[in-house]
Design a protein around this ligand. Structure first.
Ligand code: OGA
Ligand code: MN
Length: 200
């Protein structure tokens, strides 16, 4: 992991402090306009390959109705985002001994009427996910388009986070959260910073 890939505008001290105090933080204006544009293009040009996220191993789980595409090396623009997150993970490792050693991610598309009901990304430490990072990549978003992220922080306070363009919501993967029904197409990348070595 290469620390030089951390975007200079990211307020690392505040990110670490928020995660420590509340278990979540927001990074606004995460990337340049050129980069966000390229990412939207990459996402939109692959939309036909997105799969129904509710179906896993042939079993339907009605908790969610979005469509996803896992990010592999072929998705080069998205890879740059994963590298930025890896660099940020190095800072977490230094500050919290978090032991993060991997990043996994998928694009997600919520069309009008789609949602993701209350859940935790890592309930009771059952998988290696430590931090969830959701980047909102649609180029415009209006406050009345729904699709908010509703999140309970580590002090049990609830927050409503608008999926504003070019915003990253970062939170502990064990926290309870949901995506309210979107009224417009909502595009994102969900990434998880993982620690797969220290599960006990
Ligand atoms: C998820 C998730 C939140 C969001 O993908 O697990 O909770 O705001 N996403 O898209
Ligand atoms: Mn989630």
């Amino acid at each position: 992991m290469d620390a030089t890939l951390l975007p200079k505008s990211w307020p690392v001290d505040q990110i670490l402090n928020d995660l420590d105090q509340r278990g979540f933080t927001i990074i606004d204006q995460a990337y340049s306009a050129d980069y966000t544009h390229a990412l939207v293009e990459e996402c939109m040009s692959n939309l036909t390959q997105f799969r129904n996220a509710a179906i896993q191993n042939g079993v339907i789980n009605n908790i969610r109705s979005d469509h996803i595409l896992w990010i592999n090396e072929g998705l080069e623009v998205a890879q740059e985002h994963l590298q930025s997150l890896s660099s940020l993970a190095e800072q977490f490792n230094r500050a919290f001994y978090a032991g993060i050693d991997d990043v996994e991610a998928h694009f997600a598309c919520y069309n009008a009427g789609e949602f993701y009901a209350l859940h935790r990304d890592n309930p009771q430490g059952k998988n290696g996910r430590v931090i969830s990072a959701v980047y909102y990549l649609h180029e415009t978003w209006q406050d009345d388009w729904g699709g908010e992220l509703h999140l309970q922080d580590k002090n049990n306070q609830w927050h409503i986070i608008q999926p504003k363009s070019n915003r990253i919501a970062l939170f502990q993967s064990d926290l309870l959260h949901e995506v309210l029904e979107a009224k417009h197409q909502r595009l994102s990348i969900t990434a998880w910073l993982r620690n797969d070595n220290n599960i006990w």
